[in-house]
Design a protein around this ligand. Structure first.
Ligand code: ZN
Ligand code: ZN
Length: 319
């Protein structure tokens, strides 16, 4: 049987941070400063996802670097009392063919929360306005996994939000992710910075700590979005995943040198690949079973940094 290729080691991947703020909302730096910083750091794309104000401009795009159109939208619930709220990401997806897309700098008023229906209506409105929707930092927002399961029409959740991990130790959304996946929801993961300010050039900084690496055909908004919708990317705060495929009944991964490669699945237990002397491993494989609901891979380096594959599903590899 032909291998089912999720990430192809021979194909170009584009590195991007889709979540960062500037003085257009509550960020410390002007847009040009933030954009220059990511450009200089070797990123291929980014999104200035300021709060409730849409970015849709190619004025900073250049050869080998683009800004994605999008924004971050909030709906505050009882966050002053319980910390609960929703932050929802929109990225322009032209294939939705919106007749009422956002303009550059257009603002979007926060809705008054009256129940989970308010959040669903907000997601639907963001989609009507032509956006791929991502649920941001579910742990920081104190989103309940069962509420995320009830909500529909979003493509991914943030599984690593660098800034909220750095300051408040609530950056990981992996628990929410596995909850959704183990309840049959097909949803992808995102790692992002959510940088607002502070030093950019220190060893630990709000910047350059979480990103996605996308296997797109070309560097433009729609190619990146298409690849994201198909899960053709991985998320990381350190290691790299080069290749991910199903071949001869195994899920096989190749990555940069790491300490552990973990295969995580449900309802069975997974497998961890490592060397007993802790010397680096760069590949691993896991025997698949068609009763697995999903399998995803975490490559964990010697400093504890992780590259997360997107989940793979039996209806794909059985084809
Ligand atoms: Zn947020
Ligand atoms: Zn944010």
């Amino acid at each position: 049987m032909k291998p089912y290729v999720y990430l192809d080691g021979g194909k170009r991947k584009y590195k991007g941070n889709i979540h960062t703020h500037s003085t257009r909302s509550d960020g410390q730096y002007e847009p040009e400063t933030v954009i220059r910083a990511y450009k200089d750091k070797g990123y291929d794309f980014m999104c200035l996802s300021d709060h409730e104000i849409y970015w849709k401009s190619d004025s900073f795009d250049e050869e080998g670097f683009i800004l994605l159109s999008g924004y971050e939208m909030a709906c505050e619930m009882s966050w002053r009392e319980t910390g609960q709220q929703y932050h929802i990401h929109g990225l322009l997806d032209e294939t939705l063919g919106s007749s009422i897309p956002f303009e550059h700098d257009e603002e979007h008023a926060k809705p008054d929360y009256a129940g989970l229906d308010t959040i669903q209506a907000l997601i639907d409105e963001m989609r009507e306005k032509g956006n791929l929707v991502i649920m941001n930092h579910p742990t920081w927002s104190r989103n309940k996994p069962e509420d995320l399961l009830q909500l529909q029409h979003y493509a991914a959740i943030e599984i690593y939000n660098h800034q909220s991990e750095l300051y408040e130790a609530v950056g990981y959304g992996v628990r929410h992710w596995d909850y959704l996946l183990s309840h049959g929801r097909k949803v992808f993961g995102i790692a992002a910075d959510d940088a607002h300010g502070g030093a950019m050039d220190t060893a630990i900084s709000e910047f350059f700590g979480g990103w996605i690496s996308v296997e797109a055909n070309r560097l433009n908004q729609q190619e990146i979005i298409n690849a994201m919708k198909e899960g053709r990317y991985y998320s990381s705060n350190g290691p790299e995943i080069y290749d991910l495929r199903v071949e001869d009944g195994y899920l096989k991964v190749e990555c940069s040198p790491v300490k552990f490669i973990k295969f995580i699945t449900h309802p069975f237990n997974g497998r961890t690949v490592y060397n007993q002397d802790a010397s680096p491993v760069q590949s691993g494989q896991f025997l698949l079973d068609s009763h697995m609901m999903y399998v995803r891979v975490e490559c964990v380096d010697h400093e504890g940094n992780v590259a997360w594959s997107n989940p793979v599903f039996p209806d794909e590899w059985k084809r």
